[in-house]
Design a protein around this ligand. Structure first.
Ligand code: PEP
Ligand code: MN
Length: 337
C-alpha cells in the first residue's frame, strides 16, 4: 500500500507514521514528489491496521498496490527516476546513447570504436566481455581482459562503460572495471544473479527476456531494487514472436506501457531486436519518438569481420549519420544528447 500525505505534512507526522509501520516489521520507502509526498509500505499488511493509519495526523488517504512489484512501481514513486553514471545521466530529460561492439575483441578494436562513437554523440561505451552465445563453439568473450580494455577506453575517452555479466564471478570482476552492469535477456529471470546485481550497488541495465511479459520483467527489476539498489534501467531488445523476417520483434508499445507502470528509465535496443543493420536507424528513431530514455546500438569498425553480431552492427559512417538524424527527433520530444 501507499500512504499519501496531506500537502505541507510535517516531518514529525511522517516520522510517526513511519515508525508505526517499521515498528510492526514492515519497510517504508518515502517519495517526495513534485505533487505529493507519499510513504510506500512493503511487507505483510496484516501486521498493520489501516484504520489506525488513516486516523494519524497528516494522512490524506491510503491506496492499495495490487501489483506484486512495489519498489519498481510508479505508484511508489510517481516522478521518473534519473540515474547518474560516470559523467552522464540516464533519465527523463536526456537521450542516452550507448554504443559499441557486441564483443570486445582486442584493445585496438575497442579504442578505435570508443573514439568513433564518442565523436558521434554517444556517452556510453558498450562491449561484451562475457558473451552468452547460442552456440558453445562461437566466440565466448575475452572475460577479465576485455573488462580491462573497457576501463582503458573509458579513461581515454571519458565515456561511461557498460558490460554484460553472466555469473556471480563476472559481477565480482566487472565492478572493478566498468560503470554499469548489464543483465542480458537470457538471464532476466536468473534470480540469484539479479540479487547479486542488486547487492553489487552498481547501476544495472536489465534487458527484457526473450519471452518475458512486462509484468515478469518488472518483477525481475524488483529483485534488484529489493536488495537496496534503486539504480535500474530497463532495456527492450525484442521478443520472440512468429515473425522471422527480423531476429526478434521490437515491442515498442512496451515503452508507453512501462511509462504508466514504472518510474524506471527505459531504453531501446534496435540492434538485437531487428538483427539487421538496415533496420536499426528506423527503429532507433521510432524508439525516441515513443518516449524511450535512450538507445543501445551495436557499432563495429568492420562489421563484416566482427566476431559476434556483425550483421546488425553499424559501421562508423552509418552510426554518425544516425546520430545526426536523431537530433531533430530529440528536439521534438524535448530531450538532449
Ligand atoms: C548484448 O547486448 O550483447 C546481448 C547479448 O543482448 P541480449 O541479452 O539482448 O541478447
Ligand atoms: Mn550482440
Amino acid at each position: 500500500m501507499i500512504i499519501i500525505l496531506k500537502r505541507n505534512a510535517s516531518e514529525e507526522s511522517m516520522k510517526q507514521i513511519s515508525s508505526y509501520i517499521t515498528g510492526n516489521g514492515l519497510e517504508v520507502h518515502v517519495s517526495h514528489g513534485k505533487e505529493v509526498t507519499l510513504i510506500g509500505v512493503v511487507g505483510n499488511k496484516d501486521l498493520i491496521n489501516p484504520d489506525h493509519i488513516r486516523s494519524m495526523k497528516d494522512v490524506d488517504r491510503i491506496v492499495p498496490v495490487t501489483e506484486s512489484y512495489k519498489l519498481a512501481n510508479k505508484k511508489f514513486h510517481p516522478d521518473p527516476t534519473s540515474i547518474k553514471v560516470g559523467n552522464t545521466v540516464i533519465g527523463p530529460d536526456n537521450l542516452t546513447i550507448m554504443a559499441g561492439p557486441c564483443a570486445v575483441e582486442s584493445k585496438h578494436q575497442l579504442l578505435t570504436i570508443a573514439h568513433a562513437v564518442r565523436d558521434a554523440g554517444a556517452t556510453f561505451l558498450r562491449g561484451g566481455a562475457y558473451k552468452p552465445r547460442t552456440s558453445p563453439y562461437s566466440f565466448q568473450g575475452l572475460e577479465a581482459e576485455g573488462l580491462q580494455y573497457m576501463q582503458e577506453a573509458s579513461m581515454e575517452t571519458g565515456l561511461a562503460t557498460i558490460c554484460e555479466v553472466v555469473s556471480l564471478d563476472a559481477i565480482e570482476q566487472a565492478v572493478k572495471y566498468v560503470d554499469m552492469i548489464q543483465i542480458g535477456a537470457r538471464n532476466m529471470q536468473n534470480f540469484i544473479l539479479l540479487k547479486e546485481a542488486g547487492r553489487s550497488g552498481m547501476p544495472v541495465l536489465l534487458k527484457r527476456g526473450l519471452c518475458a511479459t512486462i509484468e515478469e520483467w518488472l518483477n525481475a527489476a524488483e529483485y534488484i531494487i529489493a536488495e537496496g539498489n534503486p539504480n535500474v534501467v530497463l532495456c527492450e531488445r525484442g521478443i520472440r514472436t512468429f515473425e522471422t523476417a527480423t531476429r526478434n520483434t521490437l515491442d515498442l508499445s512496451a515503452v508507453p506501457v512501462l511509462k504508466t507502470k514504472t518510474h524506471l528509465p527505459i531504453i531501446i535496443d534496435p540492434s538485437h531486436s531487428t538483427g539487421s543493420y538496415q533496420y536499426v536507424p528506423s527503429m532507433a528513431k521510432a524508439g525516441v519518438a515513443c518516449g524511450a530514455d535512450g538507445l543501445m546500438i551495436e557499432v563495429h569498425d568492420n562489421p563484416a569481420c566482427a566476431l559476434s553480431d556483425g550483421p546488425q552492427s553499424l559501421n562508423f559512417k552509418k552510426f554518425h549519420q544516425l546520430t545526426e538524424e536523431l537530433r531533430p527527433f530529440c528536439q521534438l520530444v524535448g530531450r538532449t544528447f
